[in-house]
Design a protein around this ligand. Structure first.
Ligand code: AVI
Length: 346
């Protein structure tokens, strides 16, 4: 045990380290910077000419992450189950295509449930380091709980934004070790197409030749099916969306009346995406003191909170090429069109 680095301590110690020590010194500063960033993004998005907008990353505080976890179990929302089916079915094959030894980094791990298949397949072959990168502390803790029973696995979580976290993971890379980055669940779809390619290119710049990226992408499907998936009967997606206003109330001292906004989903056929909006039921004024803002909403006016882009299986090959990767393999689910794409850093 004496020659082990901090990263190779047991899972619990690793986790304690992440939760209480690694981020401790920076915590107050980071929390302050985050609050300032949140306030200025809210201000910027709600004072735009034309369509008001809030960045979708703010949907994922602890409450939002828990609601998203529920969404992934809804009958209307088949995306997560398709992702899981593909990973369960093809984990061995995916792992066999990687150059050993590898360390695994996951951007937006969520609960980590669907990552189990990959980590189990890998740890049968080698002792594995897993680095989940998440902005939700609660999701990181859930992920540790979910995966802590896997043999030969060490987990070190990073409570960071994706690229910052990945840069930090890259510094933990040992000599001759390849990085295998997971970006699952079609989170790429929450970027518009050019921003998605730019994000992949940013990821590529942190990687080295021989590293790889497993990219999950939701594929195009009929409008009716998509509208239901993003506006479920039970109202969980509505709660997930409205929680963004509740969060602004909690964190920025605002006075949004949640009963005066309604969740809607709509298809944007030009951008091939489904959008979530919050629609004002009447003319109203909302005060957001921490963003130094007083904002008016007309009846029927919306705040655009998220877009989920849908892809053709074919266009992923071009996206990979445009961002400095090469798509070596693709697996498609038969029940819910969704693709798992294995990209190699060239
Ligand atoms: C996380 N992301 C891929 C989900 C999606 O489908 O775009 C977020 C979501 N929004 C509403 N339902 C699910």
């Amino acid at each position: 045990m004496t020659d082990r680095t901090a990263v190779e301590l047991t899972i619990e110690r690793d986790w304690e380290m992440v939760a209480h020590a690694t981020n401790f010194h920076a915590a107050n500063n980071a929390a302050y910077e985050f609050a300032c960033g949140f306030a200025s993004d809210v201000r910027e998005g709600l004072t735009r000419h034309g369509q008001k907008e809030l960045p979708s990353k703010y949907l994922y505080d602890d409450v939002g992450s828990a609601l998203f976890e529920v969404i992934s179990h809804l009958p209307e929302y088949g995306l997560t189950r398709a992702d899981e089916r593909l990973l369960q079915r093809h984990a061995g094959e995916i792992v066999d295509r990687l150059d050993a030894p590898v360390a695994v980094a996951e951007l937006g791990s969520g609960s980590g449930k669907k990552t189990r298949w990959i980590l189990e397949a890998l740890s049968r072959r080698q002792k594995t380091s897993y680095y989940p990168v998440e902005i939700s502390h609660a999701a990181l803790l859930m992920c540790q709980r979910e995966l802590s029973d896997i043999d030969s696995l060490s987990i070190v979580g990073f409570e960071r934004e994706y690229l910052d976290g990945l840069r930090e993971v890259a510094t933990h890379r040992q000599r001759n070790q390849h990085l295998f980055v997971l970006f699952l669940g079609s989170t790429i779809g929450n970027f518009d197409r050019p921003a998605g390619v730019k994000f992949l290119a940013d990821v590529r710049r942190i990687l080295e030749p021989g590293d790889s990226l497993l990219l999950g992408t939701d594929l195009e499907k009929p409008a009716r099916q998509l509208l239901k998936a993003y506006d479920d009967e039970l109202g969980v997606t509505a709660a997930f969306n409205l929680n963004l206003l509740a969060r602004i109330n909690r964190e920025l001292d605002a006075d949004f009346d949640l009963g005066q906004f309604v969740h809607t989903s709509r298809i944007n056929s030009k951008s091939r995406s489904v959008e979530m909006h919050l629609e004002s039921k009447r003319w109203q004024t909302v005060r957001i003191p921490a963003a130094d803002l007083c904002v008016e909403f007309a009846e029927g006016e919306t705040i655009w909170t998220e877009s989920s882009h849908k892809y053709s299986a074919q266009e992923i090959f071009q996206m990979a090429k445009d961002s400095g990767f090469c798509c070596h393999a693709q697996w498609i689910d038969e029940q819910w069109p969704f693709a798992e794409n294995l990209l190699a850093a060239k």
